[in-house]
Write a protein that binds this ligand. Structure first.
Ligand SMILES: [Mn+2]
Length: 332
């Protein structure tokens, strides 16, 4: 069983480089901090990495200031643990160093995971990588600290959008219940910190981004566009865009929400959220990947061409869904 293999590797190695994905979210940061502290409690030497800076809203998590964003500090001859990454490219500048590690431990919940590890603990049923870490630490009979509990709770709550998204399961709630009960965490305070409080530049940016709303495919596809210029004009940060795509997906009648981010004149990052369409396949057709209801890709072309290509694929995915629905109805 993969979990046993992972546990054996975690016990065998003395030092670890733990890496989360670029543009880290609550799940990757929470998983990084929780597993990092747990390994330290076993007497292991641990370094934590993510290629981009930790968003300010997660700075309250204990140990977040120890997360490094360059390969300086990388421990030689140590096992690498890759968290919440469907492939090694998602680790950004760390992929080379990871490939050179004597063992690669891959812990993730993306359906599109490439199983790039020496051992792979990949569970697409898990709502968050933090959920896999929770049950892994339980299986290892490691005691949770309050800091680990907070980190895992943030991992669970952010990847489920406050336990609202379809990926939320009884198992997610069971893990959250144990964390709340054992450590008397205050879910109201934690949620306000991560979901509600936003600096003013976020709202100035939101106003600009909502102004770009366009609808396609009989108002079943909604797209928003943001750019580096908009961030600069608003005084906002890249991380302020996190979750903004949900405004597109949440419009009544919309099946696919799309967010374009014009990264440079020749590169566009695209996010997808859906209600019934498998956007992991849609993103896959464009060279990306992700989950069934949340996925993304990156296109190295100017915005105009990228937008056209993405909308064409989205319309095709929508047509396939409606074809399937039609067949279902005819069969009855
Ligand atoms: Mn995740």
């Amino acid at each position: 069983m993969e979990q046993k293999k992972i546990i054996a590797l975690l016990r065998r190695y003395r030092s670890f480089n733990l890496v989360a994905h670029v543009q880290p979210d609550g799940d990757s940061i929470g998983s990084l901090l929780a597993l990092g502290e747990a390994l330290q409690s076993m007497g292991k030497t641990v370094r934590l990495f993510t290629a981009d800076r930790v968003p300010a809203k997660y700075n309250f998590l204990q140990g977040s200031d120890s997360i490094l964003s360059t390969t300086e500090g990388w421990l030689a001859d140590s096992a690498a643990v890759v968290l919440d990454c469907s492939d090694l490219e998602r680790t950004g500048i760390f992929s080379e160093a990871i490939r050179g590690a004597p063992a690669i431990i891959n812990i993730d919940h993306h359906l599109s995971n490439h199983h790039f590890g020496t051992a792979n603990l990949v569970d697409p049923q898990a709502a968050a990588t933090g959920e896999i870490i929770f049950y892994l630490l339980q299986a290892m009979a490691l005691p949770f600290s309050r800091a680990i509990a907070e980190s895992l709770y943030i991992a669970l709550s952010t990847d489920t959008g406050s336990f609202k998204f379809e990926n939320t399961t009884a198992s997610t709630h069971r893990a959250a219940a144990v964390l709340l009960e054992q450590f008397k965490l205050n879910p109201g305070v934690l949620s306000e910190q991560v979901f509600d409080l936003r600096p003013l530049p976020f709202y100035i940016l939101l106003k600009k981004v909502l102004g770009t709303l366009e609808l396609h495919g009989g108002k079943k596809i909604a797209a928003l566009t943001a750019s580096r210029e908009m961030l600069e004009q608003s005084g906002a940060l890249r991380e302020d865009l996190d979750g903004m795509i949900n405004f597109a997906r949440n419009i009544e009648g919309v099946e696919i929400g799309i967010m374009f981010f014009i990264d440079s004149p020749c590169e566009v990052k695209v996010g997808f959220r859906s209600r019934n369409v498998d956007v992991s396949a849609l993103a896959g057709a464009l060279g990306g990947g992700g989950h069934i209801r949340a996925a993304g890709c990156r296109l190295k072309e100017p915005y105009g061409r990228a937008r056209e290509k993405v909308l064409r694929e989205a319309l095709r995915a929508l047509a396939a869904l409606e074809g399937a629905k039609g067949e279902g109805a005819a069969g009855k």
